[in-house]
Design a protein around this ligand. Structure first.
Ligand SMILES: [Fe+2]
Ligand SMILES: [Fe+2]
Length: 286
C-alpha cells in the first residue's frame, strides 16, 4: 500500500513494478482506493509504506520493504540480509529520514513534472523557452541602445509580444526543465539587439529579419512534427500562435528594409543565423 498521489512514492513503486513484473505482489494505490478505507486507515497508509504479508501481518516502513524483497525474484538475498540481527532497525532509521525529506522531494518532483507534454518535444520546448528569453533580451537591448523613433516603436511593440511568448513558455515548462544557462541567452540576446541598434534602423531591421526568419523556421519544424498527432492539439495551437507573431515581426522588418543590406550587414546576419542554430542545439542539451 503506497501513496499514489506522492510523486516520490509513485516513482519508487513504479521502479519495483518494472523490476519484477511477475512477482506475487498486489499493489494498492491508497490515494485511489480512499473510498474503501476509514479516515484513520487513509492517514496511516498515506503516511508510510505498508505491506500485508501472506500470513495477514501488517508491516510498515523498513519491515514492509523487507517483506516485499523476500517475495521478489532476484531480491530475496536483500530480504535475507535485512533480516540479520540489527539490520532492519538501521533501515528503519533511513526510512524515517527519508520521510522527513519527503515533502521537499515531493515539491522538487512536482516542479519537474511534465506529464502534460509529449516526451519527444521536451528538448525543443526547452530551446523555445531559451529562445523567447533571448528574444525579450534582444528587444530590450535595442531599446537601451537606440533613441531612434522608428527603432523604439518597433522594439517596444515586439518586446510586448515576446514577453507574452515567454509567459506562455514559462506556463508550459516547469523550472527544472528549462535551460540551465538562461543568463547566457539573456546576455547574448541583449547584445544581438544592442549592437545593430548603435548603427541605426537599417541594421536593426536586418537583424530582426534574420532572427525572426530563424525562429519561424524552428517553430515550423516542431509544428510539422506535431501536425499529425491530434492528442497534442493544445500545444500545436500554442506553437502556431507564436509562429504567427514571429512571421508578423519578420514581415514588418523585411518591409522596413528600403535598401538591400551591405556586405558587413550581410555577414552580421549570417553570423546570427549560425549563432541561432548553435544556440538551439545547445539549449536542447542544457
Ligand atoms: Fe517570440
Ligand atoms: Fe519574435
Amino acid at each position: 500500500m503506497y501513496d499514489g498521489a506522492c510523486p516520490t512514492c509513485r516513482w519508487a513503486m513504479g521502479l519495483y513494478q518494472r523490476l519484477a513484473p511477475l512477482q506475487e505482489v498486489r499493489w494498492l494505490d491508497v490515494n485511489e482506493a480512499r473510498s474503501g478505507l476509514s479516515p484513520a486507515e487513509q492517514v496511516r497508509y498515506m503516511a508510510r509504506f505498508h505491506v500485508r504479508d501472506s500470513t495477514g501481518r501488517l508491516l510498515s516502513g523498513a519491515a514492509a520493504f523487507v517483506a516485499l524483497w523476500l517475495v521478489m525474484p532476484g531480491w530475496r538475498w536483500a530480504g535475507r540480509v535485512a533480516r540479520l540481527p540489527g539490520v532492519t532497525p538501521v533501515l528503519e532509521r533511513l526510512y524515517s529520514g527519508f520521510l522527513r525529506l519527503r515533502p521537499t522531494l515531493q515539491r522538487w518532483m512536482r516542479a519537474a513534472e511534465v506529464t502534460h507534454l509529449p516526451a519527444d518535444m521536451l528538448a525543443d520546448l526547452r530551446a523555445d523557452h531559451a529562445g523567447e528569453t533571448g528574444s525579450v533580451a534582444i528587444y530590450r537591448g535595442m531599446l537601451w541602445a537606440s533613441r531612434n523613433v522608428q527603432v523604439q516603436d518597433l522594439a517596444s511593440r515586439h518586446l510586448r509580444t515576446e514577453e507574452q511568448h515567454l509567459e506562455m513558455m514559462r506556463a508550459l515548462l516547469p523550472p527544472f526543465r528549462r535551460s540551465w544557462v538562461l543568463p547566457v541567452w539573456r546576455v547574448a540576446g541583449f547584445w544581438v539587439g544592442a549592437l545593430p541598434a548603435l548603427f541605426g534602423p537599417k541594421a536593426v531591421f536586418a537583424t530582426v529579419a534574420a532572427v525572426e526568419t530563424f525562429v519561424d523556421l524552428h517553430y515550423q519544424q516542431q509544428i510539422s512534427r506535431l501536425a499529425s498527432r491530434p492528442d497534442n492539439a493544445p500545444l500545436l495551437a500554442l506553437l502556431l500562435e507564436c509562429q504567427q507573431d514571429e512571421r508578423e515581426h519578420l514581415e514588418e522588418a523585411s518591409l522596413s528594409q528600403l535598401t538591400p543590406p551591405g556586405l558587413a550587414l550581410r555577414l552580421w546576419c549570417s553570423a546570427i543565423g549560425t549563432g541561432s542554430v548553435a544556440g538551439v542545439w545547445l539549449a536542447t542539451w542544457i
